[in-house]
Design a protein around this ligand. Sequence first.
Ligand SMILES: [Zn+2]
Length: 198
Amino acid sequence: MKKRLNLLMPLKNVKYNLIGLKSLENKDQKYKLQSDIMEVTKGIHQFSGVSNSYIVSNKEILLVDTGMPGKSGEIIDYIKNELNRDPHDIKTIVVTHHHFDHTGSLDKLKEISGAKVAIHSADADYISGEKTQHGSLFMIPVDTFMKIIYRSRPVKADILLEDGDKIGDYQVIHTPGHTSGSICLYNPNNKVLFVGDN
Ligand SMILES: [Zn+2]
């Protein structure tokens, strides 16, 4: 049987980053006003926006990226109200790279859940504030502005990832380029690949 690869990308156009997926009925209108949320494949719930973030719901909950600043409330509400889970079930938050549209709500989500934060070792100093954002002349002031507006605080990583490491069912694939510590996460069981901004 031909196996399908579910490619999960944090892009605005959800039409081609969701392959063979079914959408959930949006029971609560308030979610529609914020992110589009859908279960993209069994147990994986996508919040789409400027950048996507994902809840991977198994025995424990894994978050992959946290989206822009200000997203923690709706992610926690969804976990409580739609998944009927406790936010403390979030045991690990993996960020695919350090950019603020992926790590904007990281400090709040870590604080609420007590989860361990995992990031590739080459990007860890950016979320801890030891290094400052590199990138385009446009992105640097935007990053600074967003951090001030949302009072995002630096986060010290608990787990420094390297190529080949495992997070639950997911294998870490180091894919430097977009940032030096960009990673993909691959689960060979369900063929899901989180690609970050790669
Ligand atoms: Zn990025």
